[in-house]
Write a new protein. Structure first.
Length: 175
C-alpha cells in the first residue's frame, strides 16, 4: 500500500523501518496512551520479525511520512466478515495537533472501503479525548464505553471507547 496526499504518505512498513518503530515502541511518552508508559522493551530484531509476519490478509503496519520523514505509524487488522480494525499514532509530538490525523485516517479508510471492507472499527483509551474528537469528526459512531476493560503496564485499571464506521458515515478530509 502506498497512499499520498500533499506532503503526507502512508506506506507499508519494511524491515528498514524496524529501527524507527523500535525507538517509538520503546518510548514511554509515545506508548503511554496504549498502556505502556515504560515502552515495550522490544528489540529491533523482534520488530523486524513482526514486520516479516505481516500480510494484507492479517495485519498491515504502515509508516506515516511527512515531507519524506517518518512521523508515525498506522495499522490495519483484518477481522474477517469484511471488517478492519485500525489504529494510528503520530509519534513525533511536534507533528501532533496539525490536523494530520483526520487526513491520514480518511486516506486509509477510503482505501479499505475500496478494497471491499464494509466496516471499520477502532477503540481508544477513555481518557484520550483528542482522539475521540477526531474519530467523531470524520464520522465514526461511538458503539460502547468499556469500563474496566484493561490493565495498563503499571497495573492501573483503564476503560476504553469503541467506534464503528460504515462507508456512508465517512466525512472525507482527504479530498
Amino acid at each position: 500500500m502506498y497512499l499520498k496526499y500533499n506532503d503526507l504518505v502512508l506506506r507499508r512498513a519494511e524491515k528498514k523501518d524496524a529501527g524507527q518503530l523500535t525507538a517509538w515502541w520503546n518510548d514511554g511518552s509515545v506508548m503511554a496512551h496504549a498502556g505502556f508508559p515504560n515502552g515495550l522493551g522490544i528489540s529491533e530484531q523482534e520488530t523486524a520479525a513482526k514486520i516479516d509476519q505481516e500480510s494484507d490478509e492479517s495485519i498491515r503496519r504502515l509508516i506515516i511520512e511527512l515531507s519524506g520523514q517518518p512521523v508515525g505509524e498506522m495499522c490495519c487488522r483484518n477481522m474477517g466478515d469484511h471488517t478492519a480494525d485500525i489504529g494510528i499514532k503520530i509519534c513525533d509530538a511536534s507533528q501532533q495537533e496539525h490536523g494530520y490525523g483526520k487526513i491520514l485516517l480518511c486516506m486509509l479508510i477510503k482505501e479499505l472501503f475500496a478494497e471491499g471492507y464494509t466496516k471499520i472499527q477502532l477503540d481508544t483509551d477513555f481518557g484520550n479525548k483528542r482522539a475521540q474528537h477526531v474519530y467523531e469528526k470524520i464520522g465514526f459512531q461511538k458503539v460502547s464505553i468499556n469500563e474496566h476493560s484493561w490493565i495498563d503496564q503499571l497495573g492501573n485499571d483503564r476503560s476504553s471507547v469503541s467506534y464503528l464506521m460504515h462507508q456512508d458515515d465517512l466525512i472525507d478530509y482527504a479530498k
